[in-house]
Design a binder for this molecule. Structure first.
Ligand code: NAP
Length: 281
């Protein structure tokens, strides 16, 4: 077990969230369990899963095998597009608890708004009910634009605690983050390292990394942390997991933050997944 401890941020529902978490997309089966157990033992406390990743079972198994108290871990899953109707969304939460073998999730998110379906408010109502029943502790969304979240607030009076969005140096989401800040919603960053884009090869980031004696991944993750966003990097090897969590012992200057902010591109999404028209079921 490492002794790295991750600072926490306060959410609008009074609960706290670690400033950095662990992504689990593509971590499945027994090797996925092993990778997640390593991550927990390296010090990660927040795990990000989803119905769509088909690894809620692996995540639950990793929680049990990790040797860390359940109460100290925060596990996440997400309602898929096909389950936005109220009853189906509620069943979806129950079914994912059965799959994980857990009796509550710390976070449950609506994975995509799928605006053409126009059912995301129903899914949100189901998450509000799931929270009331104690099946989940905090509720939020993912890939929601301000207009989608405004509807949740207007129609239910409940704002999401978090919105998990694509965010990396080529796609910095400044306006969306400002909207989150105004509404007390925590930004979580998916593909925080840009997954397979070339952000990790950027010479300007390499130069900053060298000057701090840190890796490029550490500089990018530190940038997220200083933006106030919660990155959830996925890494398979224990060495990379430890590298990615070791970002709380140095600080980027305002100028260095600006260098990373300046890498933003209007077409910086990894793929053409604009939530106004891209949908996932
Ligand atoms: P990512 O975390 O940005 O990048 C992961 C890739 O970077 C993997 O190929 C990993 O390799 C590599 N990597 C990790 N640490 C590294 C390091 N220190 N040095 C060099 N390479 C490193 O991308 P992601 O997995 O797409 O995003 C993270 C999580 O966000 C996902 O796992 C998932 O939980 C979530 N997500 C959510 C949505 C959504 O719609 N809500 C969409 C996409 C992703 P190895 O694994 O081989 O070590």
């Amino acid at each position: 077990m490492s002794d790295i401890s991750i600072p926490e941020l306060k959410m609008n529902d009074g609960k706290s969230i670690p400033a950095l978490g662990f992504g689990t997309y593509k971590l499945n089966g027994s090797s996925g369990v092993e990778t997640m157990v390593n991550a927990i033992q390296a010090g990660y406390r927040l795990l990000d899963s989803a119905f769509k990743y088909e690894n809620e079972g692996a995540m639950g198994e990793a929680v049990r095998r990790s040797g860390v108290d359940r109460e100290k871990l925060l596990v996440t899953s997400k309602v898929p597009g096909l389950r936005h109707r109220y009853n189906e969304a509620l069943y979806s939460v129950e079914e994912s608890l059965y799959r994980a073998g857990l009796d509550y999730y710390d976070f449950y998110l609506v994975h995509w708004p799928n605006p053409s379906q126009d059912l995301y408010v129903e899914a949100w109502q189901a998450l509000i009910e799931a929270r009331k029943r104690g099946l989940v502790r905090s509720i939020g969304c993912s890939n929601f634009l301000p207009e989608h979240m405004q509807r949740l607030i207007d129609e239910t009076g409940v704002a999401p605690a978090v919105n998990q969005i694509e965010l990396h140096p080529y796609f910095t989401q400044q306006e969306q983050r400002a909207w989150h800040d105004e509404h007390g919603i925590i930004t979580q960053s998916w593909s925080p390292l840009g997954r397979d884009n070339s952000a990790m090869q950027e010479p300007v980031i390499k130069a900053i990394a060298e000057s701090h004696g840190k890796s490029v991944a550490q500089v990018i993750l530190r940038w997220h942390v200083q933006l106030g966003a919660v990155p959830i990097p996925k890494a398979t090897s224990p060495a990379r997991q430890l590298e990615n969590i070791s970002v709380f012992d140095f600080e980027l200057t305002a100028e260095e933050m600006d260098v990373l902010n300046g890498l933003d591109r209007p077409d910086g999404r990894r793929k053409d997944q604009h939530p106004a028209y891209y949908e996932e079921y």
